[in-house]
Design a protein. Structure first.
Length: 429
């Protein structure tokens, strides 16, 4: 079975803490600060690889973690930086963050990379704080924490053309005769549960394209009927749709044709605008010619008649499909404008978009103010509060941010409690 979706948890490493230490040697009883910096935590990346075909590897290894950076030490010893972790995924993997559903990356070319979780920076040791003003700094930074996220990986097949239609119209049978695919075919509906891919080589031997058969669609598919929409997202990847309608007389071709088009429209990714080739299948059946004539007239399009039994029309259909692919541009994914790839490789950074205000203030009760915000909590994590200098450093930072003003605007009065993470202080006007 083709695994096409996986949820993983990624964790980048914490940065190592910086050290507070002073050189103490016999001949130098008052040596300077010599606490080294902490090392960087490892980051977690995904990279698209052409020789990986499924997301199977992620089905069971749900947690991907990079190591923490080492702690700084005395005598200026820096902590070791942890190695980054690179995970191989198939080309065509689309990456989302689970909690927000935010799109992170579309790894559609070999070598495309996305950083999912950034390793924490190592904290500075006290040696790094030495200055002419501060000869014996007793401050060091803690390393920044790593990140933890749950990530959805979805593999969208990359096909140039997709065969769509009601169950049993002959989609898989066609794929098998035009390519080396070995798709299962049978005379019952929903034989195909996940798409199959085949490479079609035209009769001239020089031109090729990738063709996918899709599971059968029925009325209400976009609401989950039949096999539902799980595979409609594969159709999003097809530049051209080959819409197959059976002329064997078991069902009404016109109504089937309209139902499928309505499903494409209701899916909401503008699939109805995708160029279509309409194909009348099973032309070897009794009465197929007459049905095709009536069908073409009703829909106002001349369909291409084929038979998998006699091979009628098959080469011609493949040629027409190829021609249409050649003049059709790639489509962006649902809700996502695909950026132009530069030099064939895209590098995403899940962090660049997250620019928000450094802090916000909530007032859960009359005399309590709570400060939150990614930037301010990050900075808080960096400061080593076990020393007075650390506390002074934090207060100076909050003042620089304008928290005093903001508290005043919110109506804080003398003696109110202000909380930031696990640190509380009194508001003084
Ligand atoms: N007479 C005739 N039968 C065909 C033709 N093409 C396919 N069939 C038969 O139709 C049945 C369904 O074919 P499939 O290729 O499995 O159909 P499908 O569209 O892939 O069906 P699902 O996977 O269920 O959506 C099989 O029994 C095929 O042998 C054809 O051109 N002529
Ligand atoms: Mg099939």
């Amino acid at each position: 079975m083709l695994i096409d979706r996986a949820v993983i948890e990624v964790r980048s490493g914490n940065g190592g803490n910086g050290a507070i230490s002073f050189l103490r040697e016999k001949n130098m009883p008052k040596g300077g600060p010599d606490g080294g910096n902490g090392g960087r935590g490892g980051s977690v990346f995904l990279i698209a690889k052409g020789d990986v075909n499924t997301l199977l590897a992620y089905r069971h290894s749900r947690l991907i973690a990079a190591d923490d950076g080492g702690k700084g030490d005395k005598k200026m010893r820096f902590g070791r930086s942890a190695e980054d972790v690179y995970c191989d995924v198939p080309v065509g993997t689309v990456v989302y963050e689970e909690s927000t559903g935010a799109f992170l990356a579309d790894l559609s070319h070999e070598g495309d990379i996305v950083r999912l979780a950034k390793g924490g920076r190592g904290g500075r040791g006290n040696a790094a704080y030495k200055s002419s003003r501060l000869k014996a700094p007793k401050i060091a930074e803690n390393g920044l924490p790593g990140e933890r996220k749950r990530i959805i990986l979805e593999l969208k097949l990359l096909a140039d053309a997709g065969l769509i239609g009601f169950p049993s119209v002959g989609k898989s049978t066609l794929l098998n005769i035009v390519s080396k695919a070995n798709a299962v075919t049978a005379d019952y509906p929903f034989t195909t549960l996940t798409p199959n891919l085949g490479v079609v080589t035209l009769k001239d031997g020089a031109h090729q394209f990738v063709l996918a058969d899709m599971p059968g669609l029925i009325e209400g598919a976009h609401e989950g009927k039949g096999l539902g929409i799980t595979f409609l997202r594969h159709i999003e990847r097809c530049r051209v749709l080959v819409h197959m309608v059976s002329m064997d007389g078991e069902r009404d071709p016109v109504s089937d044709y309209n139902i499928i088009n309505a499903e494409l429209r209701d899916y909401g990714a503008k699939l109805e605008l995708r160029p279509q080739i309409v194909v009348a299948t099973k032309m070897d059946s009794d009465g197929a010619e007459e049905r095709k004539a009536a069908f073409d007239k009703a829909i106002g399009i001349e369909s291409i008649g084929i038979s998998a039994l006699t091979d009628e029309g098959v080469d011609y259909l493949m040629k027409k499909t190829y021609e249409l692919i050649m003049k059709t541009p790639l489509f962006p994914l649902k809700g996502v404008e695909e950026e132009e790839a530069i030099g064939g490789m895209k590098v995403y950074d899940a962090h660049l978009d997250a620019k928000e205000a450094p802090f916000t203030i909530a007032r859960p009760s009359e005399h309590l103010f709570v400060i939150t915000g990614e930037e301010v909590t990050k900075k808080y994590g960096l400061i080593n509060l076990s020393t007075d200098q650390g506390v002074a450093q934090l207060i100076a930072y909050l003042q620089r941010l304008g928290i005093d003003e903001a508290l005043k605007d919110k109506g804080a009065v003398d003696g109110d409690t202000v909380r930031l993470c696990d640190f509380e202080f009194e508001y003084i006007e």
